[in-house]
Structures are given as structure tokens and as C-alpha cells.
Design a protein around this ligand. Structure first.
Ligand code: HPA
Length: 312
């Protein structure tokens, strides 16, 4: 009996030691989920570039961004390849009305164009880095010039609906910069000057085409806002007092990224409405789109003239 009791005691003691060891042992290591490493921005640019190169060997000289209601211009070109944005993994896809979402490679008098039929906006929830990703990829493919168009509200009483504004400067202080974050020295420098943003030769060309063809083209300053709400009359008064002539929800960031990479830039605004509070009759997204339909012929003339000049 004594023997049984002592064996029993030994068993209990060992069990206690084992359970104590169990308490002090390191917690069981959990298997790490195997998530693919997050792609860096530079890798995303390279991936988009490679996907395009796998589809076509077209090397663009220039980028042409077609804004709200201006996308039809692409149909007038000698199209070599059309790629839907959604077919390029990593390329931001437009959800905005009237932004078709195609990357079109086309030729105009031998000038090789990458035409963006529609763009993405900050207000769609994309970061500014994503907004400018297409411009960056197209530059990596070879483009050294950017022609950017958009529909804008005018806060200059002299700049009327249906007229155009070729930018001589811009204000982007109200939206984040696409250059925030680690700088990629392969793309451009950390600190870039923004004194001569818009190419003087292209500005003169566009202004001259306007004069020669009887199309009203002004020279002016644009302010980019985030949207998606349109401005209040008080905001428009503020932007006007700061020196802006036109307002829109795109373009400024694309211009910054293009300049960061050393591209030559020209922006043509099409005035789709007088800005909030400028006229008794207000405006709406529908009236903006209707007005843009009426400018398409003069827009084509302006862009063709600029492309003629660039292709010489
Ligand atoms: N405000 C902001 N964006 C615009 C406008 C406007 O009045 N018109 C076209 N895009």
C-alpha cells in the first residue's frame, strides 16, 4: 500500500511539474499568413509599363489627356492600339461620368501619341500618387511632352462658356501634392522649381491658332480643388482674389508629376460653365456636359494645330 501511495505521489508531482512547465513555456508560434509582399510604387509603375510593352511596342512621344466631354477627339486619330484601363493590372480606373477609360496609342503626322480617354480624380478616392500614375508610366514608356485638357468653371467675367484658356500658371495649394512621400530619384528630384511650369512655345502656338482660326483662347491661371462638390460662391470669390481665372477638379497634380519628370507641359481648359455665384442661373453636371458637346469642333481645331506644330 505504501508503495502504491509513493508511486501515486511521484505521478502527481511530475504532473504538477509538467503543467508548470507548460505555463512558463513560450506561447505556441502561430503560422504567419503567406501574404504577397506589398508592391512598392516604383514596382507598380514598372509592372504597368511591362504589361503595356507585352501588348504593344509603341513608344509615345507625347501624352494627350482628354478630359470631361473631350474624349471623342481620340476617334479622329490614326489609332494603332487601344487598351482599356481595366485590362492593365495596377492602372487606376475612372468612375467619373463621361470618362471612357481607354489608353489609346495613335499617330498624328508621324507624332506618336499616348491618348488618355478619361482620367481618375482625387475625389474618386484615389491618392494623388495614383492619380498621376498613368502620366508616370507613359513617361517611362518614352513620352517627353504632356498636353492636358479639362472642363473648367470660369471665375473671370471675360472668359465665357465655350471659350478656352491656355494656362500660364496654376494654384494647387488646396490639394495634396503627388510628390509627398519618399522621392524616387530615378523619376525626378526631391525639390523641384514651379516657376516656369507651362511651356512657352506651346502656349504661343495655342494662342496663335486661336487668333488665326477665330477661336477665343485666353491665357490664364487655374486652381485645382478636390471636389466632388462644386464650390460655394464665397470660395469662388476667394480663389478669384488669389489670382485664379478657372477652377477644376483635376489636372494640377498631373502637371506637377509631369514637371517632376522633366516633361514639357501644356494645359488647355475648356470653359464649361461660369463658376458658382458668377451668374444668376446656376449650373449642374448635366449643363456642363451639354456645353462641352458644343466646344468639340473648336477643341479639335486647337489640338490639331498644336499637334501639327509638334510633329513638324
Ligand atoms: N468647379 C469645379 N470643377 C469644374 C467646374 C467648376 O465650376 N466646371 C467643370 N469642372
Amino acid at each position: 500500500m505504501k508503495k502504491i501511495l509513493s508511486v501515486f505521489a511521484i505521478c502527481i508531482t511530475m504532473a504538477m511539474i509538467l503543467s508548470l512547465e507548460g505555463c512558463s513555456a513560450a506561447p505556441e508560434k502561430k503560422e504567419e499568413p503567406t501574404v504577397a509582399a506589398e508592391q512598392t510604387y516604383a514596382e507598380r509603375l514598372q509592372s504597368c509599363k511591362k504589361q503595356i510593352e507585352a501588348i504593344t511596342d509603341f513608344k509615345p512621344d507625347a501624352v494627350l489627356v482628354l478630359g470631361t466631354g473631350l474624349g471623342d477627339f481620340a476617334d479622329t486619330l490614326d489609332v494603332k492600339k487601344k487598351i482599356a484601363y481595366k485590362d492593365i493590372d495596377g492602372w487606376p480606373v475612372s468612375t467619373a461620368p463621361n470618362h471612357a477609360g481607354n489608353l489609346i496609342f495613335a499617330e498624328y503626322n508621324g507624332l506618336k501619341l499616348a491618348v488618355m480617354q478619361g482620367r481618375v480624380h482625387y475625389y474618386e478616392g484615389y491618392s494623388m500618387q495614383e492619380v498621376v500614375l498613368p502620366m508616370r508610366v507613359l513617361h517611362l514608356l518614352g513620352a517627353k511632352t504632356a498636353i492636358i485638357t479639362n472642363a473648367v468653371g470660369s471665375m473671370n467675367p471675360e472668359f465665357k462658356v465655350g471659350e478656352f484658356v491656355c494656362l500660364n500658371d496654376q494654384i494647387t495649394s488646396f490639394v495634396p501634392s503627388p510628390l509627398v512621400g519618399k522621392n524616387d530619384e530615378d523619376l525626378g528630384e526631391r525639390f523641384i522649381g514651379m516657376t516656369d511650369v507651362f511651356d512657352k512655345d506651346m502656349q504661343n502656338t495655342v494662342l496663335n491658332i486661336g487668333k488665326n482660326k477665330g477661336i477665343p483662347v485666353h491665357s490664364g491661371v487655374f486652381v485645382q480643388v478636390s471636389g466632388p462638390q462644386f464650390e460655394t460662391p464665397a470660395e469662388i470669390k476667394m480663389y478669384r482674389s488669389l489670382g485664379a481665372d478657372t477652377v477644376g477638379m483635376s489636372t494640377g497634380a498631373e502637371v506637377i508629376a509631369a514637371r517632376h519628370m522633366g516633361m514639357k507641359v501644356c494645359v488647355i481648359n475648356a470653359v464649361s460653365n461660369m463658376a458658382a455665384g458668377m451668374e444668376e442661373d446656376g449650373f449642374s453636371q448635366d449643363s456642363i456636359e451639354d456645353n462641352m458637346d458644343t466646344v468639340s469642333d473648336s477643341f479639335k481645331t486647337l489640338i490639331n494645330g498644336l499637334l501639327d506644330d509638334l510633329s513638324e
